[in-house]
Design a protein around this ligand. Structure first.
Ligand SMILES: [Ca+2]
Length: 388
């Protein structure tokens, strides 16, 4: 590096010119950023390379803003770093309908005169854990605000096709890279979140109205129950819309006697991108027969803080009586014998008839035998004397 350049960089580093950067007003979306990350985990330990959050905000008909929150931003480059001539790249990633993008703020040297902020949007191809990035266009702006430790981009919607109301910006994450003078590759300093992606941002569209999108789902649409016991359905209520909402859940009334249906909670307040769970308990009647069932529908009405209203989808849940009756205790033989006679059945009478027949038969046989024996015992008359 030439001495002249070093002096220039040193001057740049020593001067502070925060007035160059428009102060960035914190917005409501900053309170609920799409991307969050822990503080103090940059590879080099520098606060200016330690991101803590990224969020999308200030949407208009034509554009939206993206902001990246850092632990701190330098208003000048530390003289110790000047010899490295570091170039830091601040980036926020997102996808629209399967296409991946990143907005980039390149900061060759922090501080006035010495730095140039370069801002652009790149298309991104994911290859394993790395990205291949290709410049698409320069962006209309990128502000670098040490006072608020924020970097912000203004992104025109014309860079994307079909960015209509309700479209999700998915796979959100952010990264800070650094490359010292002479390095062949940039190195990652911080990633937020540490793995995976942040929450979606949902495009509101030209009306600017909130998007209402509350989805009900359930682990199992059918549940078994036993007589006089309950079947419990665990319902998830996901707010996929753009603002916090109030949800009032309601269920259909049972059309059969003895069945009771209760929602554990019917009024819920759910921030955007959050899920709440509610149990619906169906009590089955005491005398419920095996196989009988009850169908319950559950749906909700939704209200935004701005009094926009909408509806959730509807769930159809079925509780079915399904049990194996307990085995009766075994009756002792003598009890069974007693019951046979005390609680006569057709079989009992058949046995009675057979017994009577047997007795009658035996008596008849005895009488015949006796008669036969008697005949055999009678004296045989003497043979008549031969005639003289
Ligand atoms: Ca961090």
């Amino acid at each position: 590096m030439s001495d002249i350049r070093k002096v220039g960089l040193l001057l740049a580093g020593l001067l502070v010119l925060p007035a160059l950067f428009a102060a960035f007003a914190a917005t409501a979306s900053e309170a609920q950023p799409e991307v969050t990350d822990v503080k103090g985990d940059s590879a080099s330990g520098k606060d200016s390379r330690d991101l803590t959050a990224a969020f999308f905000h200030t949407e208009t008909n034509d554009s939206f803003k993206v902001s990246l929150n850092l632990t701190a931003l330098e208003s000048y480059t530390n003289p110790n770093d000047l010899t490295n001539a570091p170039t830091t790249e601040y980036q926020v990633y997102f996808s629209v309908a399967g296409d991946n993008y990143t907005v980039v703020c390149r900061v060759p040297v922090h501080g006035p005169f010495g730095f140039t902020i370069q801002y652009e949007i790149r298309s991104v191809e994911y290859k394993g854990t790395t990205t291949v990035e290709t410049q698409m266009a320069s962006l209309s702006g990128c502000t670098y605000s040490p006072n608020d430790h924020l970097i912000s981009w203004l992104v025109q919607k014309t860079h994307f096709s079909n960015l209509t109301a309700g479209t999700h910006l998915t796979k959100t994450w952010a990264a800070v890279y650094n490359r010292n003078f002479g390095d062949s590759e940039r190195r990652i300093e911080d990633r937020g979140p540490n793995s995976g992606f942040g929450k979606d941002y949902i495009i509101r569209g030209s009306s600017g109205a909130d998007i209402i999108d509350v989805k009900l789902s359930v682990d199992n649409v059918t549940q078994p129950c036993k007589p006089n016991e309950a079947a419990t359905f665990r319902i998830s209520v996901f707010n996929n819309g753009t603002s916090q909402v109030s949800v009032h859940l309601a269920n259909s009334t049972p059309d059969k006697n003895g069945w009771i249906v209760e929602l554990a909670l019917s009024n819920l307040t759910i921030p955007a991108n959050y899920t709440r769970t509610v149990n619906l308990v169906v009590s089955c009647p005491r005398d419920a027969a095996n196989g009988t069932s009850l169908t319950v529908t559950v749906s909700g009405s939704v209200t935004t803080p701005g009094n926009q209203t909408g509806q959730t989808n509807s769930l159809t849940l079925v509780a079915t009586v399904n049990y194996i009756p307990p085995k009766p205790p075994e009756t002792p033989w003598w009890r069974q014998l007693l019951d046979f006679f005390l609680k006569p059945t057709v079989l009992t009478y058949v046995v009675y008839v057979l017994m009577v027949l047997a007795i009658v038969g035996a008596a008849a046989q005895a009488a015949v035998s006796r008669a036969r024996r008697k005949r055999e015992e009678e004296p045989v008359p003497l043979s008549p004397s031969p005639l003289p």
